[in-house]
Ligand binder design. Structure first.
Ligand SMILES: Nc1nc2c(ncn2[C@@H]2O[C@H](COP(=O)(O)OP(=O)(O)OP(=O)(O)O)[C@@H](O)[C@H]2O)c(=O)[nH]1
Ligand SMILES: [Mg+2]
Length: 378
């Protein structure tokens, strides 16, 4: 079997699209008084500006949902929370109804997966007695429905005040998952002093802890606040692909069939791309494939992969006409890690995709691949 880098890149793109289309939908309810920083938080955590540009669709009299086509996230916003007890009671009833309807549908895409209850640190001493009573009742009711609840202390500046408030709220012993202080955007106190944003990483880590398995890829796809969390998920994908490439029971891969590995690696690249949530061009994928497992941009044969590997690193001994599972695993690891590194550079804005489609860019990819081959050899 033969592969051209272009064909592989096309196959990869196809799998990326399919993967993204199949992501389960994440649904979050956000609560809190007007001006506490709900929209700012949402727009800092997720890669689409849902709060500003999403189209709000009335779900009930009070609740609106924000979503975008081909973006697996819905935010349920509940305006009017500051309008007093009557309004808050109404909101409570409607949110609980929303949760129950989702749960009874037995469809993960319709369930409510998390609740973010926002309290502003900046303008509050602590939270008022209405809110306290509301949370008391709501969290009691939720003991049955068991949706994870985070109390997010927004605009958490100064930090000291945020920590004091965190202690106060924690002392209430609500049935919730966590109290998290967050400053979603840098806060300029005066000309000389700006407090840096913090806490978003922690929020993402906590989300990964409470969400079920089938929403982990979705979370990483939609969030932009934690590169570390994306990388961790991507590395788990590589580990899975390596296990597949390695073969069950250490079965050696026949020398001539090393190309069998390629579908596993294509799937791995597609899954990593979905986790990063970036639009990767076909030319970047072609570049990547031809600069790593491809033989100088021509065709890729199992034979080429293995002999390249031997030539480049002196590993991957061919024993009795087979390459070992170890070699196959090594190749897959290096490919995955090099790809993660490249997406990381693009994510950070250190490099543009087009820059990789140049002789220097290709050399960079190749060097990265070799570096990871050598690093993982031992
Ligand atoms: N610097 C800084 N400003 C913030 C932060 N969060 C909120 N703000 C500011 O606080 C104001 C209110 O924030 P929003 O995000 O609009 O609040 P909201 O909860 O969505 O308000 P409603 O939509 O009216 O319910 C805006 O001027 C924001 O710029 C933050 O983390 N850092
Ligand atoms: Mg808002």
């Amino acid at each position: 079997m033969e592969y051209h880098p272009e064909q592989l890149a096309a196959k990869c793109l196809q799998e990326i699209n399919q993967k993204i289309r199949n992501l389960k939908k994440l649904n979050i309810v956000i609560l809190g008084k007007s001006g506490v920083g709900k929209s700012t938080l949402i727009n800092s955590v997720f890669r689409e500006n849902l709060a500003k540009t999403g189209i709000g669709r009335p779900v009930t009299q009070e609740i609106r949902s924000y979503t975008k086509p081909d973006f697996p996230l819905t935010i349920y916003d509940t305006p009017g929370f500051e309008l007093g007890k009557e309004q808050q009671d109404k909101t409570k009833k409607e949110v609980l109804e929303l949760i129950r309807n989702g749960a009874s549908s037995d469809d993960v895409n319709k369930a409510i997966h998390c609740i973010w209850y926002c309290i502003n640190v900046g303008s509050n001493r602590t939270f008022d007695s209405f809110e306290e009573a509301w949370l008391r009742e709501f969290t009691e009711e939720n003991k049955i429905t068991k949706v994870p609840i985070f109390i997010i202390l927004t605009q958490a500046c100064p930090k000291k005040k945020a920590l004091e408030m965190q202690k106060l709220v924690e002392a209430e012993n609500f049935h919730i998952s966590k109290v998290v202080p967050v400053l979603a955007q840098d806060m300029e106190l005066d000309e000389d002093y700006t407090v840096k944003a913090y806490g978003l990483n922690t929020l993402i880590d906590l989300m990964t802890q409470v969400l079920p398995d089938d929403l982990q890829d979705t979370l990483q796809n939609v969030q932009k606040a934690s590169l570390d969390a994306k990388k961790k998920r991507a590395q788990a994908i590589v580990a899975g692909a390596v296990a597949t490439a390695f073969g069950e029971g250490f079965v050696p891969v026949p020398f001539a069939d090393a190309a069998m590995l390629v579908p596993t690696q294509v799937t791995m690249l597609a899954s990593i791309t979905a986790v990063f949530g970036m639009n990767i061009s076909k030319s970047l994928l072609t570049c990547f494939v031809s600069s790593t497992i491809g033989a100088g941009g021509a065709t890729i044969l199992g034979r080429t992969i293995v002999s390249n590997l031997l030539k480049l690193t002196g590993v991957g001994a061919v024993l009795g006409g087979t390459i070992s599972g170890t070699t196959a695993g090594l190749l897959t690891t290096a490919l995955g890690e090099a790809y993660i590194k490249i997406l990381e550079m693009i994510f950070k804005g250190e490099m543009r995709q087009e820059e990789l489609d140049t002789p220097e860019g290709k050399k960079k990819i190749k060097d990265l691949f070799l570096e990871f081959l050598k690093k993982n050899k031992n």
